[in-house]
Design a protein around this ligand. Structure first.
Ligand code: F6R
Length: 640
């Protein structure tokens, strides 16, 4: 595609100047990944600091917390340590703080800023301003006014760094916030609290209020850079950049700022018109993949099966140039239909003795060795239980490899139950210690190693329940307990060589013909993404080994999103009976039922989400004019 990904700079340009950005009302630049985008932002900040230094002036920065700016801060710290970037002339004002909130609470933004930035640079502590979450409520208004006037006294914000919440908030200016709002206290939106719940170990612990700079305060900044990474942000990013200005999406107020830039990664930009449906804004280079995507889109849009789309449908939807390169719409329809048809197979391990020219998998070897990597002990059955079942019943040697222990997602009462049952038979020091540890645990404490072990083992037992039900021997079930995950806290360690070595060892031991893995890139810091990165790193290291020539990798999507229909390369249909078998396998993971620890906003249980999603895929295939199945699981092939 001709879209400029990896732009040379993030320098401001007025939005919507070009044909393909005509729907866009905020200047934005798209990077391949959050790291490269963050480096550019850090560069701009460093340049500004140095420019002000040379002019003997203070540089006033407005700063944000959250996951989005972390890599920018990392780079600024690196520049300080390795390139002598000094922060002596820098004055900072943070956007917000939870209220009430003690400074030394590990969830406070005060703590966050020191941990990620201030403790590692030479800024004068007197120049650091973060809204104070301890001000008594009767003094809060006055405090907010003084925060505002301090910003003014400092000469106003030279640069404001922002993230965006899924509600469209900037700072904590939730929907409904006024265009001219100033620093004030605010009640947090439910979605914002849900997003913060994992860090607080549960929604009930997330503060209901916050103190935030207002929209008016932010708008006065001379330069604004907003960061958004990952698929989770893609819809709000599109609504903010392409939608109408509205208090319902407070970030849309930035459309009126004359020097605001959004810095995005590919995933966060995925729903912008020029990326998602480029044929609506420009003449396209009609590759096979783009044609396929566009025709699937057209068919779903027009609610007409692919084979019934007409020339008029194409012409009405910005696809007349595609038509002009082909004989007729019917040719394109047939090609699209066939490609979709060829993705469907009841033989995910390949159909023995069949012509496999148009099948997703090879017919040989007839019996394959298969690894299903599952980030947590349950993703295997939640995301591909139907395919797992077929692979086993079609005689393949299926190994399930659980990458992490998943211990953090087991509630305390589950571990207590096991310890009490064990002690009720024979009282032992070990289980008495577990009971003591759990009873003495406060909200802020991490689990003791012993408690973590029990929690991990509970998930192991549940997994064996499911894999035995699916008919594979325990010897083909492997628990890697990757070290990056074993911190006992929500925050994980970065992926290390020890993790990759463990992945390499299991792949080398099994020498699989097929690998299935969770292809989740939605959450930039989530366990699924790290597990996928571990696999990618491992594939890179093993690539040269002869057995790898025969190994194909298929990615499924985890519990949240499904592949888009045009992306799917293998769709495995399920009969109603198989849907029930899959449901039963998920039921074995009892600690993950009935309101799991990190539920998020979607209150449906995992088996319901999985069924809804698999049914929806089948319905979409049907809507496109293909056969009608009860449910379907979907995969995309990864070429390494
Ligand atoms: C943080 C802040 C918020 C975040 C937003 C995105 O100081 O004011 O607006 O920027 O909630 O959070 P992340 O970056 O964690 O997705």
């Amino acid at each position: 595609m001709e879209v400029a990904i990896e732009p040379k700079s993030i320098q401001y340009q007025p939005a919507g100047q070009f044909e393909d950005t005509r729907f866009e009302k905020i200047h934005n630049v798209i990077f391949n990944d959050s790291k490269t985008g963050s480096l550019e932002v850090a560069k701009e900040i460093a340049k500004l600091i140095r420019k002000k230094q040379e002019a003997g002036k203070k540089c006033v920065l407005g700063l944000a917390t959250g996951s989005s700016p972390i890599k920018v801060y990392e780079e600024l710290v690196r520049m300080h340590k390795e390139e002598g970037l000094s922060f002596k002339n820098v004055v900072t004002f943070n956007l917000d703080e939870y209220y009430p909130m003690e400074r030394n609470n590990i969830q406070s933004y005060h703590y966050f800023m020191h941990q990620h930035l201030f403790d590692h640079i030479d800024i004068d502590p007197a120049n650091v301003n973060i809204p104070d979450g301890t001000v008594p409520s009767d003094k809060l208004q006055k405090y907010c006014r003084s925060y505002e006037s301090q910003i003014e006294k400092a000469g106003g914000l030279d640069f404001q760094l922002l993230g965006i919440g899924r509600t469209g908030h900037i700072g904590f200016n939730e929907p409904g916030s006024h265009f001219n709002s100033a620093t004030r206290d605010i009640t947090l939106d439910h979605i914002t609290r849900v997003d913060a719940a994992p860090a607080f170990k549960g929604l009930e612990n997330v503060p209901r209020k916050a103190v935030t700079m207002g929209i008016g305060t932010i708008r006065k900044a001379k330069r604004i850079v907003l960061l958004a990474w990952g698929q989770n942000k893609s819809e709000i990013v599109r609504d903010t950049i392409e939608g109408e200005i509205s208090p319902e999406v407070p970030a849309t107020y930035l459309q009126e700022h004359s020097n605001a830039t959004f810095v995005l990664d590919k995933e966060a930009a995925a729903h912008l018109t020029r990326i998602d449906t480029p044929w609506l804004v420009r003449t396209c280079d009609w590759t096979q993949d783009l044609t396929h995507k566009a025709v699937v889109w057209l068919s779903l849009q027009k609610e007409k099966p692919v084979l019934q789309l007409t020339d008029k449908d194409y012409n009405d939807s910005g696809m007349s140039d595609l038509l002009s390169t082909e004989q007729s719409s019917y040719e394109i329809n047939i090609r699209t239909f066939n490609r979709l048809q060829h993705t469907i197979t009841g033989w995910p391990g390949g159909k023995p003795n069949a012509d496999d020219t148009n099948r997703p998998e090879r017919a040989t070897p007839e019996k394959k060795r298969v690894i299903i990597f599952s980030p947590h002990p349950d993703d295997d059955v939640i995301s591909m239980g139907g395919t797992f079942d077929r692979l086993v019943s079609q005689g393949h040697e299926v190994h399930i490899v659980y990458q992490t222990s998943g211990n953090i997602a087991v509630a305390d009462h589950e571990a207590l139950k096991i310890a009490e049952v064990a002690n009720s038979i024979t009282k032992t020091d070990i289980f008495s210690k577990v009971i003591e540890d759990l009873n003495g645990k406060t909200e802020e404490d991490f689990d003791s190693e012993l408690v973590r072990k029990i929690k991990g083992n509970i998930r192991r037992s549940e997994s064996y329940g499911a894999t035995r039900y699916m008919g594979i021997p325990d010897s083909q079930v492997h628990f890697l307990d990757l070290p990056f995950y074993e911190t006992g806290a929500i925050r994980k360690k970065p992926l290390g060589e020890d993790d990759i070595k463990i992945m390499n060892d299991i792949i080398e031991e099994i020498k699989p013909h097929q690998i299935y893995a969770a292809g989740d890139l939605a959450d930039p810091h989530g366990t699924h993404r790290v597990c996928l990165e571990a696999l990618f790193a491992s594939l890179k290291e093993l690539k040269a080994k002869p057995f790898m020539d025969d190994c194909w990798v298929w990615l499924y999507r985890g519990a949240w999103h499904e592949w888009e229909i045009h992306e799917i390369e293998m769709a495995v249909p399920m009969s109603p009976a198989q849907v029930l078998r899959k449901r039963k396998a998920i039921f074995y993971h009892q600690t993950q039922k009935d309101g799991v620890m990190f539920q998020g906003e979607d209150l449906r249980e995992f088996w319901v989400r999985a069924e809804d999603r698999n049914k929806e895929t089948a319905q979409k295939y049907q809507a496109l004019g293909l056969a009608s199945y009860a449910a379907m699981e979907a995969f995309v092939r990864y070429h390494y």
